[in-house]
Design a protein around this ligand. Structure first.
Ligand SMILES: Cc1cc2nc3c(=O)[nH]c(=O)nc-3n(C[C@H](O)[C@H](O)[C@H](O)COP(=O)(O)OP(=O)(O)OC[C@H]3O[C@@H](n4cnc5c(N)ncnc54)[C@H](O)[C@@H]3O)c2cc1C
Length: 373
């Protein structure tokens, strides 16, 4: 049976970042992706925002890796010529009753290590963004936008240049733990091979991959439920120059219908939150009224006819009450030495991608069966 050193399942931004990071020191790395190219799922269906880390519970991996990951990502963009812009973001209280939530966000952001937030009064917001509805706002100057495809392309090129093998159009369908590693089964031709280390970066299917290796995903707290987020784009000139967010939804289910800009200056509203059983990326045009309402809450003068159903992405949310954290686990305590799970890597996964890959590298550094170059 063929043997590889490290197998990474999934070529989204997380699998790519891990491949690029590990390829510095480790040999014989294989990335398996069921689509015909990298970044065909969640990594190319998101808001492309580099978050600063304000929202997430203090002490969570989401907070820690977002705060650590954002500057790493800005640096990487600069060093590798990846398009990005630090355009800043306003989180707006549109009525007095929301100000307390804004203050809570500020406190949490500070505890998370976000130092640059400032409160703006209504007149200051008006000078900055004449069309925004706000009685008060929290300004985050370091929030930005990134060309996520450009990032993934660069990570792919770097990893490939250092000898990582990418196997596209191949789906992992079984994983068995044996004394000398993991036997990974691939759908096409019933092919099986041995791997010393397996890293599960399978995004929306990461719970299914964890189950394949024998983990009981309900007691482990790994079961995902998929939460679709749809976007409507604005076909007229953007009335704002920064990212505009309302105060977030309860339990951070979503951040509320917000306004994001892409690098071409195109304005989009979304994503909303809708739990789904099947993954289907079509946008329901009948949601236009709700999006219009959400858009008007934060920005004045929106033309309803200019709201056009755009795209959707699906969040790999871990099931259960409250805000769930990223799972980044070496499963040796379950007797699965050399198996690393990344489950529930929803937002801010793009922002945190380089910090996540650096965390995974520290784990792999301690796995004795992972062969170094
Ligand atoms: C609507 C939305 C908005 C978001 N906005 C932001 C944002 O503004 N900023 C931010 O930081 N984050 C954002 N995120 C989160 C971010 O997009 C994700 O955290 C990140 O893309 C996750 O990357 P990934 O590599 O884990 O997953 P994916 O990109 O889904 O990659 C996983 C890959 O695994 C492959 N795979 C699955 N099963 C198998 C198998 N059995 N065999 C082989 N391959 C397999 C899939 O085909 C897929 O390509 C957003 C997410 C959503 C849904």
């Amino acid at each position: 049976m063929d043997r590889v050193n490290i197998t990474i399942i999934g070529a989204g931004v997380i699998g790519l970042a891990i491949a690029a990071e590990l390829s510095v020191d480790f040999d014989d790395i294989l990335v398996i992706e069921r689509h015909d190219d990298f970044g065909r799922q969640t990594s190319s269906r998101n808001s492309e925002v580099i978050h600063s880390g304000i929202y997430y519970p203090t002490g969570s991996l989401k907070a820690e890796l977002c705060v650590e990951g954002a500057p790493m990502l800005y640096r990487y963009c600069q060093d590798h010529g990846i398009a990005h812009r630090r355009i800043g973001k306003l989180i707006v209280a549109t009525q007095e009753s929301e100000i307390q939530q804004l203050e809570e966000l500020y406190r949490r952001g500070r505890l998370n290590g976000v130092r640059d937030m400032v409160f703006l009064e209504a007149d200051e917001v008006a000078r900055m963004e004449g069309n925004v509805n706000a009685v008060r706002a929290l300004y985050s100057p370091n929030t930005g936008i990134i060309d996520s495809h450009g990032l993934m392309k660069r990570l792919f090129t770097v990893a490939q240049g250092r000898g990582v093998t990418f196997s596209f159009n191949e789906e992992v369908i079984s994983i068995e733990h044996e004394a000398d590693g993991y036997v990974v089964g691939i759908k096409s031709d019933d092919y099986r091979f041995l791997s010393n280390v397996v890293i599960n970066a399978a995004g929306l299917c990461s719970d299914a991959i964890a189950a394949m290796v024998g983990i009981e995903i309900d007691p482990a707290g790994y079961r995902l439920h998929h939460c679709k987020g749809s976007y409507f784009s604005y076909s007229r000139r953007s009335p704002v120059e920064r990212l505009i967010y309302p105060v977030p939804e309860k339990d951070l289910k979503g951040l509320g219908v917000h306004a994001t800009l892409d690098l071409g200056g195109r304005l989009r509203f979304g994503p909303d939150t809708e739990y789904v059983d099947d993954i289907d990326y079509t946008v329901d045009v009948s949601k236009r009224d709700r999006f219009y309402e959400g858009a008007c809450k934060i920005i004045r003068g929106i033309d309803k006819d200019a709201l056009v159903a755009d795209m959707a992405g699906v969040r790999p949310k871990i099931k259960g009450e409250g805000v769930k954290d990223f799972v980044i686990e070496h499963e040796d305590r379950r007797g699965l030495y050399g198996f690393i799970n990344l489950v529930g890597i929803e937002s801010p996964g793009l922002t945190a991608s380089l910090a996540i890959s650096s965390r995974v590298r520290k784990i792999v550094d301690c796995i004795s069966i992972a062969k170094k170059v």
